[in-house]
Design a protein around this ligand. Structure first.
Ligand code: C2E
Ligand code: MG
Ligand code: MG
Ligand code: MG
Length: 288
């Protein structure tokens, strides 16, 4: 009997796996269509300078408005796109759309684009970026490329050379989700990053114990000594903000300042282009 039950459970999982695989295949097919039908759009989330409160950069974050399923987040479809050449098509579209938008913003505001490791490796990323800068007229110094540590696992000359070529185009190279990889610190020796974005899990832990705060302090002083700017992502509370200001973190990003907003809402935000962080700290603590 037990054996029979075991088989039943196995069949159940098999059916579930089948279902998940079919779902992925359907989404993949629909993504081809989505590119043609222009169902993708970019939202932008500001990064602010911790000491002035000015917006220094807007991060482009992709959204998929599926005609039936509604809005799908990148967490659900980027990994599927990465299994085929779709990631290159989507990546090129994102670069072009983000740079075109940024060309209309004030000169002192940059745009940052997340580039998947698979796009970076399968395409001539340097040519992709050069083409987009050329066609949009955006100064390369206003484009930041966010990569994750996964790319550096490749450990090839090739990756390092491409990153260096992107820097020669003027682009800043940002390590996203810093601290979540297997050897985050050793990657700092491999390549001269312009900025580290500390993963939001560390920020979420600020109020939960001294260890996270000690790690953040160490990263901040590491950045200062290596001449690498530090960005904190996922800042949600005033407590987190005041701690990050105390340790002299350079840039801040998170729901406390702004959610990612649609393209149409960027212009009004630019007109204000100032978030008074001192006023934020002075206010009573949030419930959150
Ligand atoms: P990421 O680059 O680390 O982006 C940060 C994610 O955290 C975004 O989720 C953002 O909306 C969210 N976030 C921002 N502030 C807060 C906060 O205060 N609290 C919390 N809990 N979350 C916050 P999103 O937009 O769903 O993107 C998820 C991931 O998908 C991104 O992580 C990035 O790795 C990837 N992604 C997004 N857009 C693109 C794209 O155009 N191309 C590629 N290749 N990947 C993308
Ligand atoms: Mg990012
Ligand atoms: Mg991140
Ligand atoms: Mg992330």
């Amino acid at each position: 009997r037990a054996k029979e039950d075991g088989r039943g459970v196995f069949r159940y999982f098999e059916a579930q796996m089948d279902f998940a695989q079919r779902e992925r295949r359907i989404l993949e097919q629909e993504m081809h269509q989505a590119l043609e039908e222009e169902e993708f759009r970019l939202c932008y989330q500001p990064m602010i300078s911790a000491d002035s409160g000015y917006i220094c950069c807007m991060e482009a974050l992709i959204r998929w408005d599926h005609p039936i399923r509604g809005e799908i987040s990148p967490g659900e479809f980027i990994s599927i796109a990465e299994q085929s050449n779709l990631i290159v098509e989507i990546g090129k579209w994102t670069l072009l759309t983000a740079c075109r938008a940024a060309a209309d913003w004030p000169d002192n505001v940059c745009v940052s684009v997340n580039v998947a490791a698979t796009h970076f490796m399968r395409s001539d990323i340097v040519a992709d970026v050069a083409t987009v800068l050329e066609s949009t007229g955006l100064d390369g110094r206003r484009l930041e490329i966010e990569i994750t540590e996964g790319l550096l696992i490749e450990d090839s000359e090739d990756v390092i050379n491409r990153l260096a070529a992107l820097k020669r185009l003027g682009c800043a190279i940002v390590m996203d989700d810093f601290g979540t990889g297997y050897s985050s610190l050793s990657y700092l020796l491999k390549f001269p990053f312009d900025r580290l974005k500390i993963d939001q899990s560390f920020i979420a832990d600020i109020g939960r114990g001294a260890s996270a705060r000690a790690i953040l302090m160490a990263i901040a002083s590491l950045g200062e000594n290596l001449g690498i700017k530090i960005t904190a992502e996922g800042v949600e509370t005033r407590e987190q903000l005041s701690f990050l200001q105390d340790i002299a973190c350079d840039q801040l990003q998170g729901y406390l300042f702004s959610q990612p907003v649609p393209h149409a809402d960027v212009a009004p935000m630019m007109l204000r282009n100032f978030i008074d962080t001192s006023a934020l700290v002075a206010l009573p603590q949030d419930e959150t």
